[in-house]
Design a protein around this ligand. Structure first.
Ligand code: GLC
Length: 722
């Protein structure tokens, strides 16, 4: 019996797609565009009829803040068997799940990962996630999320890579490559290895600008800002070969992104050449009715399909409406064909036609090498914000160490938000980690009650206070009107401070928190984000010096909620803030600066920057200039500095940010060691995008700096000539 071309694995994918598409009915095409969640026996007949193209693996719609039932390959295989062996064309299902920062072995929340400023470790993290998730029959991760966010009231700031487009773009690329394994392949990867998975760049685009930091809210973004900030990581993801994109709930320019042809078709597909498919966010097709854009299901389906949203997440509007829309002439069939072609392209690239089933019985045990790698990454996410008199690192021996605070024994919170498959039982709490780390002659005294802890303090050499947020206080649908610590924590810390014992505050959070009083009352402050499965172990590694703190903030930490939004790469305005300036953009009741700037983080040693050099002080537009500086470890301990390079376009046809990150690297240095670090600045770094997304490179003067954070002072001027 001859093999039908689309089933012939020796033929090129595009040929197989064309053959299959030509065989499909309108109902089968609409079926491929239909994703449904929690598939089970109720859906068997629909799968047989080819009415479901994708299964969203989620046992609840509680948006990542509840532990879900485990994914089993056997369940997926049973559903897949119906699709492949009992439907007319045998098109396999693609199963997707929110594998946001790990699967069974959970890594730090993405905002924490960003604090490591390490594309290598982030790529390895997502490779681990892909291997664990694909082994359980998950083909597609709704991740990485790369929404630029400047408002810590927005709970989803936890899921992205912070406020800077350069850093977020580098990490987005690393995450996509980690998931898909198509390292270095530009454009659409024709084959994804069986131990990797489809990545999904989300939420395209601008979701992080939700007004008031309230999730799902409206946004007001100019085209100019959209291109230079919010779209940047997505462009990097497309260049890295991402094969799916999820668009966002909000409206942009009055048109919900799900129905925004300019975004999904003109920019993403036509201009950037994206060849994968676009999936809506949960029920976003239906939400056009709530937005007041569509009067009914048919209008909503037509608008979204025409706008380049290829798959409908969980409303069935496409399934029910598209055949009729095409037959009535309201929706051209080529629009449907393009969507289906894209979906089939991803399924072929994943090998689902040739190998639709997953080997069953994957172990639930966390591989030690995964735990080791995740612990290494988590160590690098820790940001040392204060270390008065070198209190840290602590000695392991002959130390009476006190421990208090609501997160001292906590496990679940340390996994962070959007952890569907991590298990709290796998997490090492801070208390356990400290007990394991202490050596001879030491003891740990822990008190759960605040008053007991105060009484305990007198017996201790140092008191550790574990404060911060639960996992469920950040993530989707978890926004806060204040970024202060949860009630009671500051008061306790102040009381502990008055006991006269040195205090180390370890703060866990899914967002920048207002640490103004924490910094006042603690002698040392370590921000640990939500570190994932290894929990308190990397915290103890840093506290006792088994790892030196090297994390740097990927997002500004405000002094107060009232300063929000506050971010480093802001425009100068007509009344820029300068020392002793007046009638400028500021508050009367606060310092103008943030508590901690973007890029800030201390070490157990100190670094000095000197001898900044530029290869040329004047370069023709289009040429490159090499900026370099020497960095010296001037302390007594080894350290790893994250060296940063910033520019400012001093005069341009558009108002440009006062600082822009254009390069970074991790630099390990032994005490006394000096190394020179180089950064290459070319058109991509010195140009900017106009409101149409076109690169603009203008003659003029630039300031360049190299330093430890966005307040870097070692700088010089270069000039771009026409
Ligand atoms: C949610 C989120 C999105 C997630 C999707 C599937 O509402 O917005 O990030 O991937 O639905 O769970």
């Amino acid at each position: 019996m001859t093999t039908l071309p689309y089933k012939n694995s020796s033929l090129p994918i595009e040929q197989r797609i064309a053959d299959l598409l030509a065989r499909m009915t309108l109902e089968e095409k609409a079926g491929q565009m239909n994703q449904y969640f929690n598939l089970d026996a109720r859906h068997h007949d629909q799968i047989r009829r080819g009415e479901i193209g994708s299964g969203l693996l989620s046992s609840s719609a509680k948006a990542g803040n509840d532990q879900q039932q485990r994914v089993l390959a056997s369940i997926g295989n049973a559903l897949q068997k119906i699709a492949v062996e009992e439907s007319r064309l045998g098109i396999p299902l693609i199963f997707g799940r929110d594998v946001i920062h790990g699967h069974l072995t959970v890594g730090p929340i993405p905002l924490g990962m960003a604090a490591a400023w390490s594309t290598e470790l982030v790529q390895e993290m997502y490779t681990i996630a892909a291997r664990e998730a694909r082994a359980e029959g998950i083909h597609w991760a709704f991740s990485p999320m790369m929404d630029i966010a400047r408002d810590p009231r927005w709970g989803r700031i936890a899921e992205g890579y912070g406020e800077d487009p350069f850093l977020a773009s580098a990490l987005a690329k690393a995450a996509v490559t980690g998931f898909q394994g198509n390292d270095g392949v530009s454009g659409f990867p024709s084959r994804i290895a069986p131990d990797r998975m489809a990545a999904c760049a989300k939420h395209f685009a601008g979701y992080g600008a939700s007004e008031g930091g309230r999730d799902y809210n409206t946004t007001e973004i100019t085209d100019y800002t959209m291109h230079n900030f919010y779209l940047a990581p997505f462009k990097a993801a497309v260049e890295a070969g991402v094969i799916t994109i999820m668009n966002a709930f909000h409206e942009f320019g009055g048109i919900p992104v799900t129905a925004n042809r300019k975004m999904n078709q003109e920019i993403l597909k036509d201009s950037w050449g994206f060849e994968g498919f676009v999936v809506s966010d949960w029920a976003a097709v239906m939400q056009l009715i709530n937005h007041g854009i569509a009067a009914n299901e048919a209008e909503a389906a037509e608008m979204c399909a025409r706008a380049g949203t290829d798959m409908d997440m969980c409303t069935e509007f496409y399934l029910k409406q598209i055949p009729g829309l095409v037959r009535s002439g309201r929706l051209p069939e080529p629009v449907v064909d393009d969507a289906v072609r894209r979906i089939l392209r991803v399924k072929f690239a994943l090998g689902l036609f040739d190998h639709p089933y997953t080997k069953e019985g994957a172990s639930r045990l966390l591989p030690p090498e995964h735990l080791a790698k995740v612990r290494e990454l988590a160590r690098r996410t820790m940001v040392l914000l204060k270390n008065e008199k070198g209190l840290l690192p602590l000695p392991k021996q002959n130390l009476t160490l006190g421990l208090a605070g609501p997160l001292a024994e906590e496990a679940r919170a340390l996994l962070g938000t959007w952890t569907l498959d991590g298990r709290a039982g796998d997490v090492t709490p801070v208390k356990t980690a400290l007990e394991q780390a202490l050596g001879p002659g030491s003891k740990l005294l822990h008190a759960r009650l605040w008053d007991d802890a105060l009484r305990l303090a007198r017996q201790c050499d140092v008191m550790i206070v574990a404060l911060g947020e639960s996992a469920a206080r950040s993530g989707e649908d978890q926004c806060t009107a204040t970024i202060d610590l949860p009630p009671g924590q500051e008061q306790f810390l102040e009381a502990m401070h008055r006991m006269g014992v040195p205090v180390v505050s370890v703060v866990f959070g899914g967002r920048p928190l207002n640490l103004t009083r924490v910094v006042e009352w603690a002698d040392a402050v370590l921000f640990a984000w939500h570190p994932g499965t290894t929990g308190g172990l990397p915290v103890a590694d840093v506290l006792f010096g088994d790892a030196h703190p090297s994390g740097k903030l990927p997002v500004t930490f405000p002094r107060a909620t009232g300063q929000v939004p506050i971010y480093y790469n802001h425009k100068p305005t007509g009344r820029p803030l300068e020392p002793n300036s007046w009638k400028v953009s500021r508050y009367n009741d606060s310092l103008d600066s943030p508590l901690f700037p973007f890029g800030f983080g201390l070490s157990y040693t100190t670094f000095e920057y000197a001898n900044l050099r530029v290869s040329k002080t004047s370069i023709k537009a289009g040429a490159v200039v090499i900026v370099s500086a020497e960095v010296t470890n001037t302390g007594k301990a080894a350290g790893e500095e994250i060296v940063q390079c910033y520019i400012r376009d001093l005069v341009a046809s558009r108002s440009r940010p006062v600082r822009e990150l254009k390069g970074f690297c991790r630099l390990p240095l032994q005490p006394g060691e000096t190394k020179r670090v180089e950064f290459t600045l070319g058109p991509q770094e010195l140009g900017f995008l106009d409101e149409n997304g076109k690169l603009v490179l203008e003659a003029g003067k630039f300031q360049v700096w190299v330093g430890p954070d966005s307040n870097a002072t070692l700088g010089t001027e270069i000039e771009l000539t026409a």
